[in-house]
Design a protein around this ligand. Structure first.
Ligand SMILES: Nc1ncnc2c1ncn2[C@@H]1O[C@H](COP(=O)(O)OP(=O)(O)OP(=O)(O)O)[C@@H](O)[C@H]1O
Ligand SMILES: [Mg+2]
Length: 156
């Protein structure tokens, strides 16, 4: 079985379209890890997905306070762990409680959190191919990602 979905995005608009599709195809709860260098499109995907999930306000990157919460038809949690120094800090922000919520969770820069991540998750890798081109790959472990990958592959 194909456990991977991959597309080339040629513009921010195509990446936004991917984020929207992602929002349409996930089940709740969902844990989505976004991996990729600075400025590859992790926040762009999250913003598009948060809007598609029905949140109408501004979505800003939570770099300084690590976590942002949004209430739409579903509860949405957006974390950006770029400024995290030690994984112990995750316990201070109640990381494990967030994971237990019936929510859609997006985590940018998830490296330091990996030891606390449960076995079922969606892993999105973004690679910059050129100024405007990105390769977006969805992998993961567990039911959550295999269902999503199946649905994404059926769409095209
Ligand atoms: N095909 C593309 N897909 C996504 N972003 C693109 C693409 N082409 C150009 N860009 C630009 O790349 C930038 C992506 O910014 P974004 O804030 O989403 O990155 P990020 O991965 O969240 O970075 P950071 O690690 O700093 O949080 C935007 O300025 C966007 O316009
Ligand atoms: Mg970002």
């Amino acid at each position: 079985m194909d456990k991977k979905y991959s597309i080339i995005s040629n513009s921010p608009a195509e990446t936004i379209a991917f984020g929207k599709k992602l929002a349409e195809l996930i089940n709740v709860p969902a844990l989505i890890l976004l991996n990729g260098d600075l400025g590859t499109g992790k926040t762009l995907i999250t913003k598009a997905a948060v809007s598609a999930l029905g949140y109408q306000g501004d979505v800003t990157s939570p770099t300084f306070n690590l976590v942002q919460e949004y209430q739409a038809q579903v509860e949405i949690i957006h974390m950006d762990l770029y400024r995290l120094d030690r994984s112990e800090e995750l316990l201070e922000i109640g990381f494990e409680d967030y994971l237990n919520r019936e929510a859609v969770i997006f985590i940018e820069w998830p490296e330091l959190a990996l030891s606390l991540i449960p076995a079922d998750f969606i892993f999105i890798n973004i690679e910059k191919l050129s100024d405007n081109q990105r390769e977006i790959t969805v992998r993961g472990e567990g039911k959550m990602s295999s269902l999503l990958i199946e649905r994404l592959n059926q769409e095209c």
